[in-house]
Design a protein around this ligand. Structure first.
Ligand SMILES: Nc1ncnc2c1ncn2[C@@H]1O[C@H](COP(=O)(O)OP(=O)(O)OP(=O)(O)O)[C@@H](O)[C@H]1O
Length: 468
């Protein structure tokens, strides 16, 4: 069953993002580091299932766990979640001029009840969603004054970064903890849409718990919408990879690549409902003190119930250069959309080149022939010189090749990607054979499909549309 989702048709047009004739909301953030606003949220406020699913792990010793559905147990977590929603509803009623949240809340509860009934194979009326709670540590509900004090009144000196719909400030809480405060900006977007975006991001980020995913500390709905996140001292991968005169060494690059792969594997395979991030890119990868990669910015993320092979969304949002062909051509969203973006990100890590360079050349288009001819030296970031592990580099190149396959079905799952990168099953299954002097990957990839130029044609056509 494919689920067609037609989000609101409003699209912001703030440079460098623009809506193409094909109805695609594009970001060209790799051209510069301008904000990349987004226009639409497709996840219903509460019917997003976000209140009914959980994925947890212990960050010190991670072991994926399925969520615990506890019927009839209105414990603190259930109440807390309910209170958040109620609070935002109240705030919305007070400070937002338009309040469809109340009605959409009821509709979403209905949706959730229906979906759960389907999953449980029971009648809709039988499912009591009020009683579905999950075990999870609590997050703090901050007041505006606490966050203002922590960030010195959101002073520009504490500004860590600015995205399309948020400003992120460094802050010190009263107990001394250093945090990142993500403040949703008031832009062209309707207030109600921002509240929905906030709930959607909160709903997902609050339910994930993995060393390679951003960690939520709390939130605030006082004086604006804020997420309080663990602070990442090295900022984003963009700044470390492209914005620093120092060359990121190979070992760290490879560790970051594996971390992102592990984080995506967790989102796709270890959560009760699969989570598709939809905006995997270098600026959404944060780095901890010891360069552990953390996937952040779940503003576009979507839940995908087990019996839904994919979503079909419109309009299409994302960042130019990272989008899979089936997504930008047809709006199809599933795990393989993220796998493609991961492939592009992996190429950025290997080559030191951006997904789209200053002359608007796509990294995928540039790298494909080099990957096919196994031209390691031409492909690898020249700043690395010869300081890399050639075997690991080869594995990474092969993995990237597979991830950017234009056919979604040919791309590996993130489980396979982590195995490949970590060489868990050796390179045997994944050898190269030489055909007419060309090295070609033969890991289940159809040779003809792999070497077809249709992706390049699609991408070129798409690029023309976007740039028009
Ligand atoms: N926890 C954090 N620690 C340190 N820096 C952070 C943190 N979170 C975000 N940042 C910085 O702020 C920038 C913007 O954050 P984020 O991507 O969440 O905003 P956004 O508006 O959602 O972006 P987008 O345009 O992708 O939607 C990041 O690229 C990063 O540089």
């Amino acid at each position: 069953m494919a689920v067609e989702e037609t989000g609101r048709e409003t699209v912001e047009e703030i440079n460098p993002e623009k809506e193409s004739k094909s109805g695609v909301v594009m970001r060209s953030e790799s051209l510069n580091d301008q904000p990349s606003p987004r226009g639409v949220l497709e996840i219903p406020v509460l019917g997003s299932d976000s209140d009914a699913s959980s994925c947890s792990s212990n960050s010190s010793s991670y072991s994926p766990k399925k969520p615990v559905f506890q019927k009839g147990n209105r414990d603190s977590y259930g109440l807390q979640w309910k209170n958040i929603i109620e609070n935002i509803k109240k705030k919305s009623a007070r400070s937002f001029s338009i309040i469809p949240l109340l009605s959409s809340y009821e509709i979403s509860r209905k949706n959730l009840r229906r979906k759960l009934a389907k999953l449980h194979g029971s009648e809709e009326e039988d499912v009591d969603i009020d009683c579905i709670t999950v075990s999870k540590p609590s997050w703090k509900n901050f007041s505006y004054s606490e966050l203002a004090a922590a960030t010195e009144n959101f002073s520009p000196e504490n500004l860590l970064g600015k995205g399309g719909h948020a400003e992120v400030y460094k802050g010190r809480l009263s107990d001394g903890q250093i945090v990142a405060v993500k403040k949703l900006m008031r832009n062209k977007k309707e207030e109600e849409d921002r509240a929905s975006d906030f709930l959607s991001e909160l709903g997902i980020i609050a339910h994930i718990n993995h060393p390679n995913a951003a960690h939520l500390i709390g939130f605030s709905i006082d004086g604006g919408l804020h997420l309080v996140l663990q602070f990442s001292p090295h900022g984003s991968l963009t700044s470390v990879l492209f914005g620093s005169p120092e060359c990121l060494d190979w070992k760290t690059r490879f560790k970051v690549a594996i971390g992102i792969a592990e984080g995506l594997k967790y989102l796709h395979h270890d959560c009760h409902r699969r989570i598709i991030h939809r905006d995997i890119k270098a600026s959404n990868i944060l780095l901890t003190q010891d360069y552990e990669a953390q996937i952040s910015d779940f503003g576009l993320a979507k839940w995908l119930p087990e019996n839904w092979p994919h979503h079909v969304v419109h309009p299409i949002e994302g960042t130019f250069g990272y989008l899979a062909p089936e997504y930008f051509m047809h709006g199809i969203v599933d795990e393989k959309t993220d796998v493609f973006s991961f492939g592009v990100l992996l190429l950025e890590i290997l080559t030191g080149r951006r997904a789209v360079d200053s002359s608007r050349q796509s990294l995928v288009i540039w790298a494909k022939p080099l990957l096919e001819s196994n031209s390691v030296k031409e492909l690898v970031d020249p700043r690395l010189e010869d300081n890399y592990d050639p075997t690991a580099m080869k594995r990474a190149m092969l993995t990237a090749s597979m991830c950017i396959n234009h056919l979604a079905s040919m791309r590996p799952s993130m489980i396979r990607v982590t195995e490949l990168l970590k060489n868990e099953d050796g390179l045997a299954e994944f050898q190269q054979k030489t055909f007419g002097g060309k090295a070609v990957i033969v890991d289940g990839c159809d040779l003809q499909d792999y070497t077809r130029t249709s992706y390049l044609n699609d991408l070129n056509r798409h690029m023309q549309l976007v740039m028009e």
